[in-house]
Design a protein around this ligand. Structure first.
Ligand code: SF4
Length: 201
């Protein structure tokens, strides 16, 4: 059996164990997000939209961008946006660059909910504080490489990480950001950078 979920394969292949471990962590995210959404009488995607709006700039706060970010159809995102508007948690603004679309922003009530809900993954972050710097660096590098490979395989769509940015340079094992004009240590590589500019296809 080639499935990483096969127990025999897991006993033979560390790669399969890692896949199953990542699946367990994904499940923990799903459970924590579900608990947070239940507490706020919202759906998980509605909570995710509120948190995204809290931390990202206006040009990304549009239905089309959100649909790519969360791998959902525009219709599904539009439905969630409508409900969040009805609940008074978000508001619409005209898009000065494109009159056919609009920008979504948080209302004061939405900001309050987003700020509280943004802590939903703290239970996953907490045990990471107990690891050594070396362990954290290895985990981060491994995850960045894995995400980059999944992006190249079109499994993860939107990426705002250094490896996919026009400003990123890699030379003789050194990472460099042309925009910041600075070398980046392994732990300084960004996973969600506000200044990220995607390398054209
Ligand atoms: S602009 Fe941001 S994502 Fe791009 S290389 Fe610099 S730090 Fe990384």
């Amino acid at each position: 059996m080639k499935s990483p979920f096969s127990l025999d394969r897991q006993n033979q292949k560390v790669e399969s164990k890692i896949v199953v471990a990542l699946e367990r962590i994904a499940e923990a995210f799903r459970v924590l997000l579900w608990l947070e959404s239940k507490e706020n009488a919202l759906s998980p995607i509605q909570i995710q939209i509120l948190i995204f709006l809290l931390f990202h700039s206006d040009e990304k706060c549009k239905v089309s961008y959100l649909s790519q970010e969360f791998n959902m159809t525009k219709a599904t995102i539009s439905d969630s946006v409508k409900l969040l508007l009805q609940k008074g948690l978000i508001q619409k603004f005209n898009n000065p660059i494109d009159t056919r679309s609009y920008i979504i922003g948080l209302t004061p009530a939405g900001k309050q909910t987003a700020e509280k809900s943004a802590n939903f993954a703290f239970a996953i972050e907490k045990p990471l504080f107990t690891l050594s710097n070396e362990q954290k660096e290895i985990i981060l590098s491994s995850l960045l490489n894995l995400i980059h490979e999944l992006h190249k395989a079109n499994i993860i769509t939107i990426q705002r990480m250094c490896f996919t940015c026009v400003n990123y340079q890699h030379d003789e094992g050194q990472h460099y950001c042309k925009l910041l004009q600075s070398q980046l240590q392994n732990t300084e590589l960004r996973i969600d950078c506000a200044e990220h500019e995607l390398i054209p296809a």
